[in-house]
Structures are given as C-alpha cells and as structure tokens.
Design a protein around this ligand. Structure first.
Ligand code: DER
Length: 236
C-alpha cells in the first residue's frame, strides 16, 4: 500500500544516512514502521552487523531483533546508545512528537534519551504543523494501576482533558497492560495546549502516579517522512 511504501521509504533513507559502520549499539523502537528500519539494517550484511548489539524498546521490538537474527543487547549493559531509530504517532514543526500509540513510550523514551542520535521515521500522515492534527486519541500516559483513577480525575478537572480515558484492550478483557505492568491513559487536549507540548508534558508528568508521558519534546535530531508521491521529507 502507499502507506507501507511510505514507511519503508522513510526507514530506508534514515538507516542509509544514520546507521554507519562505526555505530555499534543501536536502539530499536516499536510500531509498524520500525520493521523496515531493521530490514534495511539487515541488508547492510552479516559482516556489518556481527559486532553490533541491538537494544529493544519492548516485547515487539525484542521479537523483531531476535527474528531478524541480530544480536540482542540490554540497556543495563549498554546505557549509552550510538543511535536510536523509532516511529511516531505525529511530529510537529519543531520535531516534538506524540508517541505511545503502541503503549511502548516509557522504554522508547529511555532509549531516546540514552542515544547520542535519536531519529524518527514515519509515513506522511504523521507530518503535521502542530500535535493533535491527525492523531486524535490524545496524549498516551503510562500510569501505575494504583493511581489511574486519581490521574483521570486530575486530567478531567485540573489539566483540561475532560475526555481522557483508560485504554481498554481489544483481545483481552480489561485495560491494556504495558510491558512494565502499567496502564495507559489517552488524554486529548485542545490545540492551545498541544502547541506548547513541553508545558503540558511537564504538568502531566508531575501528577503522582504518572510513569511517563508520550510527548517527546526537543529529543529527535531528525525526522524522515515517506510521501505518497515516493519522495521523502526530512525535518531537522
Ligand atoms: O507507540 C509508539 O510510540 C510507536 O513508535 C508508534 O507510535 C509508531 O507507530 P507506527 O506503527 O505508525 O510506526
């Protein structure tokens, strides 16, 4: 499909530019675009990959590394990462992004912060002027189960997200449970809030019980978007 080829185009371009022979420790994100990142890295060949270690951002990411026969590393052993490549739900003009559509944003943010270079790859739907343009579920927030109801109250009545909801599972009764054993709240905000993502991220993060917020502000060095016409847009 056009969207799949756009994802592949973004991923291939990013890998060709940012995964160099001297890069040994590589962070692998989560979602449906990152498999194309791994596909392109595998194409660099066994020789290029034999001394590399690949750090996952969750169960799906780990399975992708293992099934691609790449060396699996642990962030405990490699707390500094050469380059992390990851997808995003949306990326605004200042490279701030919404992440967490796949409920993986806690480990993703750890590996983004641990990386010397953090690169985003996405299809054209994610390339927006301000956050919330296309991605409507809102800001993903990982919370400890003990605190979810209290955090929902805070979002509804204090932080200006009256429509915030606990993310319910589809193929399981009850809420989605993250790789860390926590719940996810999706909190939509008005444009005025989403145009200052750092401010709203900081306010959400201060709520007791919040583990991590799916707003990555001033973290990425570049974002690659595959377009419908087969071109690539790069934001720096
Ligand atoms: O959950 C995440 O942050 C993932 O990176 C996800 O948002 C990326 O989505 P994708 O399937 O469109 O690549």
């Amino acid at each position: 499909s056009t969207i799949e080829s756009a994802k592949r185009l973004a991923a291939y371009t990013a890998v060709d530019r940012h995964v160099k022979p001297e890069h040994i420790v590589i962070g692998i994100g989560s979602g449906s675009t990152v498999p194309y990142v791994v596909e392109r890295i595998v194409q660099q060949g066994r020789e290029a990959n034999k001394d590399r270690v690949f750090i996952p951002t969750g169960f799906q990411s780990k399975e992708l590394i293992v099934s691609s026969n790449l060396n699996l590393g642990d962030v405990d052993q490699y707390p500094t990462i050469d380059v992390t490549l990851d997808g995003a739900d949306e990326v605004d003009r200042d490279l701030n992004c919404i992440k967490g559509g796949g409920a993986c944003h806690l480990r993703e943010k750890v590996l983004a912060e641990a990386a010397r270079t953090f690169i985003l790859v996405a299809d054209y739907r994610k390339n927006v002027e301000y956050l919330g343009t296309n991605f409507k579920p809102g800001v993903p927030i990982e919370v400890v189960p003990f605190a979810y109801a209290k955090v929902l109250q805070n979002l509804h009545h204090i932080l200006g997200s009256p429509k915030a909801t606990l993310r319910m599972a589809v193929a399981k009764a009850g809420p989605v449970v993250s790789d860390n054993g926590n719940f996810i709240i999706d909190a939509p905000f008005e444009r005025e809030h989403m145009e200052k993502p750092y401010d709203i991220m900081a306010r959400i993060k201060m709520l007791t019980g919040v583990v991590e917020v799916g707003l990555f502000c001033h973290m990425a060095q570049a974002a690659y978007f595959g377009n419908e016409d087969g071109s690539v847009t790069v934001k720096y």
